[in-house]
Ligand binder design. Structure first.
Ligand SMILES: Nc1ncnc2c1ncn2[C@@H]1O[C@H](COP(=O)(O)OP(=O)(O)OP(=O)(O)O)[C@@H](O)[C@H]1O
Ligand SMILES: [Mg+2]
Length: 202
């Protein structure tokens, strides 16, 4: 049984707490602290589906199963870190600050369309895409990639998009469109973001 302590806590959402794995600093353990387990089961079933279909893990943390901890069962994933070892911060963090967006604008303006391409190419279905559920992994001083750390999968009763490419692409594009609109509405004063999302050479 793994012992988790507040010193290992690196992030917290509405439902889960995310801790550094006590025995492997490149993994994290997520503990459900609010709500029911159905979301977790849905997420894990979707991870199994992706594994079976040999999807690339380039922009998704890999899932390694569940373990017992002093706080109950937890799900083990890759812990995303920057090139300098820092735990990667969320896209929300970068977009909330004009300086951070500006400083990373070169990397972000490439990473955003790359994530879109990845989702389409690998046919990864997401629930609502949110900036707090995406981390920006800095791979050097000026470049980085985006990874979705939460809310992937399909909640449709009959998940036809998981099997038929045409519908998958349509769904991914629709989700992406909504994501971009939400970003622009959430950060109306972030001119750099506006430029990144509306530039003609995308
Ligand atoms: N694999 C990871 N690598 C690095 N940081 C992570 C990872 N997973 C989660 N985090 C951090 O922990 C935070 C909370 O994790 P997560 O989004 O899974 O919790 P949640 O409660 O399910 O979120 P929500 O409020 O969206 O339901 C994230 O916003 C992010 O900052
Ligand atoms: Mg989250």
């Amino acid at each position: 049984m793994y012992k988790l302590h507040s010193s290992l806590l690196i992030g917290k959402g509405l439902h889960r707490e995310c801790y550094i794995h006590p025995e492997n600093s490149n993994l994290c353990i997520k503990i459900v602290v609010a709500g029911c387990d159905s979301e977790t089961l849905r997420e894990q079933a979707y991870y199994e589906f992706l594994e079976k279909h040999n999807v690339s893990w380039k922009m998704l943390p890999k899932f390694y199963g569940n373990v017992e901890t002093n706080l109950g069962f937890g799900a083990v994933f890759d812990l995303i870190r920057d090139y300098d070892g820092e735990v990667s911060k969320t896209l929300e963090h970068y977009l909330s600050s004009a300086e951070e967006t500006k400083f990373n604008s070169c990397g972000l303006s490439k990473a955003i369309p790359s994530l879109k391409c990845f989702l389409i190419q690998e046919k990864v279905i997401t629930m609502t895409l949110k900036a707090k559920n995406i981390v920006y992994k800095r791979i050097n001083y000026t470049e980085g990639i985006l990874l979705i750390v939460d809310n992937i999968g399909n909640s449709d009763f009959i998940p036809i998009c998981n099997y038929i490419n045409f519908f998958a692409k349509k769904k991914i594009l629709r989700k992406w469109q909504r994501f971009e609109s939400t970003l622009l509405a959430t950060y109306p004063h972030n001119k750099m973001l506006y430029r990144m999302l509306t530039s003609s050479h995308r």
